[in-house]
Design a binder for this molecule. Structure first.
Ligand code: HEC
Ligand code: HEC
Length: 253
């Protein structure tokens, strides 16, 4: 007890000096580092001007993103809005599934990843100037994956006709599948839903929730925003999770 009392004045002094000091300057994005990382690791696919026209782009089936038009697929923001920095960071860190050429860059240092995020935003400055106004969706706690919830989800899968593209059994062979084109004019293929390693936005339940609520802008994958409530969206996630992604588990009652 005595030590505590004796320490108090010292603490008080430390506090008052801290208050008197200027707050640290907001950290400026390191665009010099960002450009360096970009030229080292990204330019071969995404191109010097960020248009997705790097030297190997022509050989790729799924084309690298054009960063100049502000359309990004994997986001916490509503359909059509620019992504948050944290979305870009996550995508760069994880890569985008195994069926396209976008690698995971987990081995870059944290400040290198932050810097390259800041750098790719400079390709669409006007779009990203409005970034802070893009409202991030809130992911409510998951609805328990009960038999009822999964059955509800299956009902929605049929009612919203996910099978038109993904096929009634989710194999990616729906009637519309052969005709799908993305908004950049390239053919796009809906994945087999039982192959989660192909998913570009991740296959954990929260990833599925995000993908369904916000859609994958630019691809043919629509959003359920405006069609399903939050609970119904979780029912659909539960159905996808138990039926396609991790089948064969017993369902909690
Ligand atoms: C070997 C080619 C290749 C390299 C190298 C590459 N990318 Fe990509 N990138 C792609 C492809 C292909 C896509 C589109 C994938 C899709 O739409 O399914 C993509 C998409 C993206 C997206 C779009 C995410 C979204 O939500 O739409 C971002 C951001 C991105 N890349 C950042 C980077 C950064 C940063 C680097 C370097 C550190 C990099 N990429 C290096 C091929 C590449
Ligand atoms: C008009 C066609 C179409 C419809 C309808 C459709 N999808 Fe998709 N879906 C796609 C395409 C195309 C992709 C691949 C997108 C990409 O890679 O850019 C996709 C991707 C997905 C993915 C993988 C996400 C990822 O991260 O790669 C899931 C899960 C999915 N869809 C579920 C559904 C569900 C559930 C429904 C019904 C609510 C549905 N889809 C309706 C076309 C469709």
């Amino acid at each position: 007890m005595k030590t505590v009392i004796r320490l108090l004045p010292v603490l008080g002094l430390a506090l008052s000096t801290a208050v008197a000091q200027d707050p640290p300057a907001a950290q400026e994005p390191d665009l010099v580092l960002g450009k360096k990382v970009y030229l080292q690791s990204c330019v071969v696919c995404h191109g010097i001007s960020g248009k997705g026209d790097g030297i190997v782009a022509g050989n790729l089936l799924v084309k690298p993103r054009n960063f100049t038009d502000g359309r990004f697929k994997v986001r916490m923001t509503p359909n059509g809005k620019v992504p948050l920095d944290s979305d870009l960071y996550r995508t760069i860190n994880r890569g985008m599934g195994h069926d396209n050429a976008m690698p995971a860059w987990a081995n870059l240092k944290v400040d290198e990843k932050n810097a390259v995020v800041a750098y790719i935003k400079t390709f669409a400055p006007k779009k990203f100037a409005r970034q802070d106004r893009a409202k991030e969706i809130v992911i409510p706690p998951r609805t328990a994956a009960t038999v009822e919830s999964i059955a509800e989800g299956e009902k929605w899968f049929t009612a919203i006709q996910c099978g038109k593209c993904h096929g009634e059994t989710g194999r990616g062979d729906g009637v519309s599948a052969p005709t799908l084109v993305d908004s950049w004019g390239y053919k796009i293929v809906p994945p087999d839903l039982s192959k989660p390693w192909l998913f570009i936005g991740g296959s954990e339940p929260v990833d599925l929730y995000r993908t369904l609520r916000t859609g994958l802008t630019g691809s043919a994958m629509p959003t359920v925003d405006g069609t399903l409530t939050e609970d119904q969206t979780w029912d659909l996630v539960n159905f996808l999770d138990y039926n396609f992604i991790r089948p064969g588990r017993s369902v909690p009652r």
